[in-house]
Design a binder for this molecule. Structure first.
Ligand code: 5GP
Ligand code: ZN
Length: 112
């Protein structure tokens, strides 16, 4: 838990949100500013700043995040989807609590 972190606050319920999935390690929420018809965020409850801060001990958690993407995409009826993890300022990261974007629901995603 990091005191100023928006995703930590959402994870512990300090900021109310509609979670589309939750277990002991992970929450999944719809992005507040979606850029695709379906756009959700897979967020570990543990405060990890970014992929740059991940270590061997986080391997299982990272695998779990990846496995959740197709599971939740299927539940939402998506035949395919795109994932994105912005990492560091240079990588376009704005919220410094690790999260994976999942996009789908249309064929308007840019090709790169
Ligand atoms: P990134 O750090 O990967 O650039 O993106 C952060 C994402 O979090 C953005 O797409 C932004 O719309 C989303 N976001 C920022 N604050 C909130 C929030 O309070 N609730 C939700 N659901 N999404 C948020
Ligand atoms: Zn956090």
């Amino acid at each position: 838990m990091s005191a100023d972190c928006i995703f930590c606050k959402i994870a512990i319920g300090d900021i109310p949100s509609k979670k589309i999935y939750e277990d002991e390690d992970i929450i999944v929420i719809n992005d507040i500013h979606p850029i695709a018809p379906v756009h959700f965020l897979i967020v570990p409850k543990l405060h990890i700043e970014s992929l740059l801060s991940c270590e061997e001990q986080h391997q299982t958690l990272l695998g779990k995040m990846l496995r959740l993407a197709p599971q939740l995409a299927k539940e939402q009826g998506l035949p395919g989807f795109r994932t994105m993890i912005n990492t560091g300022h240079e990588g376009g990261q704005e919220v410094f609590h690790l999260h994976m974007h999942v996009f789908g629901g249309g064929n308007k995603l840019p090709k790169t």
